[in-house]
Each structure stands twice: as C-alpha cells, then as structure tokens.
Design a protein around this ligand. Sequence first.
Ligand code: NAD
Length: 266
Amino acid sequence: MKFMLTSKGDETSDALCKKMRQYLEDFDLKWDPEEPDLVISVGGDGTLLSNFHRYKARLAETAFIGVHTGHLGFYADWTPQEVEKLVIDIAKTPFDVVEYPLLEVMVSYINGDSAARYLALNECTVKCVEGSLVMDVTIKNDHFETFRGDGLCISTPSGSTAYNKALGGAIVHPSLEAIQLAEMASINNRVFRTVGSPLILPKHHTCLLEPVNDVDFTVTIDHLTLLHKDVQSIQCKVAKEKVRFARYRSFPFWSRVRESFIGDAE
Ligand code: NAD
C-alpha cells in the first residue's frame, strides 16, 4: 500500500509524522505523495481539510485518516497514544471504507468566463464584505426567497458540526445524502422576509444563489476564501463524488458529537 503523511506544521505534529513514516516504512509500506492509497493527516481537522483539497482529483482512489495533536477533531479522531496500534493495523489489515457526501459548488460569471466547479468537505459560505448581501434563493428551479443579511452557509452532513452548527443549523448524520442551507443574520421585518430556519435539501435538489445588489462578497470553500467578481450565480448540490475515510475501528458519528460538544459530564 502507498501512503502519504502530512503534519499541521507544529513541533508535536512534525515529530509524530516522522515517527509514523518511519514505522510504516519499516513495515515495507511505500511513501508516495503523488498517488497515495492512504493519506494520513497529523494535526487537526484543518490538516485533513487541506489534504482533502490536495487530493480531490483522486477521491475514488484515496482514503483519508486523521490523528489529532490538539483537541478531538471530527475528521482527526485518532489520538497520538493510539498511533502505534494504528500503524500496525495499517500495515497488517485491509481497511474498511466509510463514505461521506460532498457539496458541489458551481460559480457562473456574468462576463462569460467559464463556470468554476468546487468540491467542499465542510461547507461553502457566501458572505458580504460590508453592507448587506441580497441574494435570490432558488430551490429546485422555483424562486424560494430573497435573502438579506450577512450571508448564507451551505454545508455537507459532516460539515454540519462545523460553521453550520455555530449558525444554529441541525447536525445531520453523514449517511444522509443531503446539503443544508443556513442563514447568517438575516434581516426580517415588515419589508424583508426569509424563512428563518435552516433547510435540508436531498440529493438532486439544487440551491441556486443569485446576487441582487452590487456589494462585494466572498465565497469560501472549507478553509479557502475565494474573492469573486462578476458572479452571476452560485449553484449548490450534493456532489456525485464522495470522500472516503479509512476505518480501522468503530467511532460512531453520534459518539464523536457527544464527545466533542457535551463531554463526559455525568
Ligand atoms: P480553524 O483552525 O479556524 O478551525 C475551526 C475549528 O473548526 C477547529 O476547531 C476544527 O476542529 C473545527 N472543525 C473543522 N471541521 C469541522 C467539522 N466538520 N466538525 C466540527 N468541527 C470542525 O480553521 P480550519 O482548521 O481551517 O477549518 C476551517 C473550518 O472552520 C471551516 O470549514 C468552517 O467550518 C470552520 N469555521 C467555523 C466558524 C464558526 O464556527 N463560527 C467560523 C469560521 C470557520
């Protein structure tokens, strides 16, 4: 099996990375940053998000796994203490794969430039730089509402515990192929009205956002911020691709939710 390891870049993660690489090579596994079967991230969720984007062109051939050197991550859910057992499992056991849905984002431009396609593991956000963002929101080809406010967040199920959660969105189990649209500080009064609740859309339902006013806004895809000019529309839907995580032990999604947000306060 070919593997690749990346570190968050701090001393602890670098040292752990070095140790894991040595162990894995001692087991005759091949270091291959170009075409790895397994990509191991050491650091936090951000390290795994970066790896996802680095290898997004070969998602069908690559599986991801994350070790956290700080607090428990959602993607980086192995502890440094478990690393020796993990290395032996990687070397000796074929891994099971768990697949999670992704978000496809298509940005189209008024100046005729070809549309840009992005994949998000967590979410896409559209946020105004100053003033209020006004966006027509069309769901499944029907105009749904005109949004006014700070912005909108469209998340994947596994991203529902990230930015989406801070916006009051629901936590969605990643076995559900869906995307969620959550508002950021919508203006609601006698003149302007939005639904106010997060919406969960099934596979094949598209959500189209079209800017109405002429304010500058940013589009983020996970940890990446894209400054777009001349945007005509942003279309979001469940992607046909999925992300694959290597599973060597069971750590159910709801246990990760409980451990991350509630803890063991009993
Ligand atoms: P970062 O270092 O600022 O990390 C933000 C936090 O989000 C970290 O604690 C990380 O563990 C956590 N996180 C990332 N993905 C998660 C997930 N799927 N479920 C639960 N927690 C998750 O930035 P980064 O590491 O580059 O991560 C980028 C992500 O940060 C974005 O995708 C976005 O979801 C999140 N974010 C959250 C807020 C917020 O909650 N208000 C604001 C901005 C960005």
